[in-house]
Design a protein around this ligand. Structure first.
Ligand SMILES: [Zn+2]
Length: 355
C-alpha cells in the first residue's frame, strides 16, 4: 500500500525531504511517495476551496492510474478557505489534504514532525472508519491522547502528538476493517517515533548541555565531568584518533589530506606512544599512526568510537561527541574547544602545531 503525497512548487524541496526522512525512519510495509505536480489549483494561493484540493488529488489519481487501494493526499503551503489543517475527502476517503503552514505558531519543533504525523494519522483515521459519515462516531470527541482524537485545529493536535499513541478500541476497529497487523504496527511505530522526537526537540534538546571533556594523558582516559564523571573506555588506538580530533579539528574540521601529512602522523605517533607506555617498539607505533591515512581505517575507528559513546550515553547525548561529517568532507566533533580540558596540559602543548 502506497501513500502518494502531491504538492505544488509552494512546498520547498527541503521540507519534502525532511518529511520523507521522518516517514522512512521506521522500516515497514507503509510506503510514502512525494510528487511535485503542475496543477493550477495548487498555485492559486490563499483561500483555496477544499474541493479544489480534493480534485487535485483525483486528477493525479486518474492521470497516473493510481490503484484504488493507494492513498493520495495533497499538501499545500497556503491556508485553505476553511483554514482546516487536514481532512479526508468525504466523497472518497482514500483522498485527502493537509496544510503544511503555521505549525510554528503552535509547536516549537520542526514542522516536518507534525506534518509527517498528520499523514500517518490520516491513514489511521481511514482504517478506523473508512466511511466518512461514520467517522464522527469513531473519533474521540473528548481527547484521550489517541491519534483518533477529534481535532479541529493545530493547537488541539499537540496532545496526541505528545502521546503518539493509538487506543485499543481504535486498534480493534482497524483490525475489524481488515487492516493487517503489519500495517497497524508500522503506523503506530511511526507515530510513536515522531512523538518521541517531537518531545525531545521541544523539551529536552533546547536545554541540553553537553558535558565538558577531561583528557588525562597520563592515565589514557577521557572523563565527562558534568555527566557524573563518566569514563569513556576507548582502546588506545581509538583514543589516539579521538584526541587528535579534539586537538586539531577545531571549527573547520579535518580533511583527508591532513592524515597524509607528516606533522599529523608525528602527532598521532606521539599521542599513541603516550597511550601505550609499555610499548617500546616505535616502528609498530609509527605504522599505526601512518595507517590513519587510509580512510577505511579511520571509518572503522569512527564506528568503534560511536559505538562506545552511544552505549554509555545513548544516541542523543552521544551525538555531540561523535566525529561527524561525510566522506570527502571535513570531519569534526560538535564539542566546542573551551569545553575540552587537558589534565597534563604540557604534553598536549608539545604536540606538533597544525600548519
Ligand atoms: Zn482511539
Amino acid at each position: 500500500m502506497n501513500t502518494h503525497i502531491i504538492h505544488g512548487s509552494d512546498i520547498p524541496e527541503t521540507l519534502v525531504s525532511a518529511i520523507e526522512k521522518h516517514l522512512a525512519a521506521e522500516p515497514g510495509i507503509l510506503k510514502f511517495t512525494f510528487h511535485c505536480v503542475d496543477d493550477r489549483h495548487l498555485a492559486a494561493g490563499e483561500g483555496i476551496p477544499l474541493q479544489d484540493l480534493f480534485d487535485a488529488g483525483r486528477r493525479f489519481r486518474e492521470a497516473n492510474s493510481i490503484p484504488n487501494k493507494d492513498f493520495v493526499f495533497t499538501l499545500t503551503e497556503f491556508p485553505n478557505a476553511q483554514n482546516f489543517y487536514a481532512s479526508l475527502n468525504p466523497a472518497d476517503t482514500r483522498t485527502g489534504f493537509l496544510h503544511a503552514g503555521d505549525w510554528e505558531l503552535f509547536i516549537e519543533c520542526e514542522r516536518e514532525l507534525p506534518i509527517a504525523f498528520t499523514i500517518v494519522n490520516m491513514l489511521v483515521g481511514y482504517h478506523t472508519s473508512p466511511y466518512f459519515h461514520q467517522m464522527a462516531d469513531f473519533l474521540h470527541h473528548r481527547p484521550i491522547g489517541c491519534a483518533n482524537d477529534l481535532c479541529f485545529n493545530k493547537r488541539e493536535v499537540i496532545f496526541k502528538l505528545r502521546t503518539g499513541d493509538v487506543c485499543s478500541n481504535c486498534i480493534q476497529a482497524m483490525q475489524r476493517n481488515k487492516w493487517s497487523d503489519l500495517g497497524i504496527d508500522h503506523a503506530i511505530r511511526i507515530l510513536s517515533t515522531l512523538s518521541a522526537e517531537m518531545r525531545f526537540n521541544r523539551y529536552f534538546q533546547p536545554v541540553m548541555e553537553p558535558s565538558g571533556i577531561h583528557i588525562d594523558m597520563d592515565n589514557a582516559t577521557i572523563i565527562l565531568p558534568d555527566y557524573e564523571f563518566l569514563e569513556i573506555p576507548l582502546q588506545p588506538v581509538d583514543l589516539t584518533f579521538y584526541l587528535f580530533y579534539l586537538r586539531y579539528a577545531g571549527e573547520e574540521g579535518l580533511y583527508q589530506i591532513v592524515f597524509e601529512q607528516q606533522w599529523a602522523q608525528d602527532a598521532l605517533f606521539m599521542i599513541y606512544k603516550k597511550m601505550r607506555p609499555l610499548t617500546t617498539n616505535d616502528r609498530e607505533l609509527r605504522a599505526t599512526a601512518k595507517a590513519f591515512a587510509d580512510m577505511q581505517v579511520r571509518e572503522q575507528a569512527r564506528a568503534r568510537i560511536k559505538k562506545i559513546f552511544t552505549s554509555i550515553l545513548g544516541p542523543r547525548l552521544a551525538k555531540p561527541y561523535m566525529i561527524q561529517g561525510t566522506r570527502g568532507k571535513p570531519t569534526r566533533t560538535e564539542i566546542p574547544l573551551e569545553k575540552v580540558r587537558v589534565v597534563n596540559y604540557q604534553e598536549w602543548e608539545q604536540l606538533p602545531e597544525r600548519p
